[in-house]
Design a protein around this ligand. Structure first.
Ligand code: HEC
Length: 146
């Protein structure tokens, strides 16, 4: 047991060191105007709160409420929130089209989940949960702004 634990620790350390040595970030770097970056940051923190809220509601059997939150906070209803802002404060138009598309896919996926969950279909809603985070992962793995 002791040996196994030591081995696990050693492997973890090695992985850590390798991570530092291999600091090459392969993601595409995108420069946004500072105001757009700030809008994005606020939106992203809201996204994280929304995901957590949806998971909490699902865990406590409040499927319909989870659907409503998904639609208002992440779904197509949440799309275009920055349209009224000055151009420099809008993240979307400053993103490469492929990056922007991932964001739009995320809104669509959230609305798809929202539709099923709002109808109270818990089984199907659970099956769609990974789609809620799929766009977060897809974008974060491909792009960075800092
Ligand atoms: C279209 C691309 C895109 C999508 C989709 C996306 N993000 Fe982000 N997110 C970014 C970028 C760009 C940043 C800025 C930091 C960086 O460059 O990595 C960011 C930053 C963040 C941050 C850090 C905020 C801070 O500065 O404290 C969090 C948390 C976050 N995102 C969560 C999420 C969650 C949760 C989702 C899905 C619901 C999501 N993001 C979807 C592009 C995206």
């Amino acid at each position: 047991m002791k040996i196994a634990q030591t081995f696990v620790l050693f492997t973890a350390l090695l992985a850590g060191v390798a991570g530092v040595a291999d600091a090459q970030d392969q993601r595409q770097s995108v420069q946004l105007p500072p105001a757009a970056q700030e809008s994005l940051r606020v939106e992203m923190l809201d996204n994280m709160l929304a995901i957590n809220g949806i998971l909490e509601l699902m865990a406590t059997g409040k499927t319909k409420e989870a659907g409503q939150l998904a639609e208002t906070a992440l779904g197509r209803s949440a799309q275009g929130k920055n349209r009224q802002k000055p151009f420099d404060a809008r993240p979307g138009p400053h993103m490469p089209p492929a990056m922007h598309d991932i964001g739009l896919d995320g809104h669509r996926a959230a609305s798809e989940f929202a539709k099923v969950a709002s109808a109270g279909d818990r089984e199907q809603a659970i099956a769609l949960l990974p789609k809620l985070t799929g766009a977060c992962v897809a974008c974060h793995y491909s792009y960075r702004t800092r």
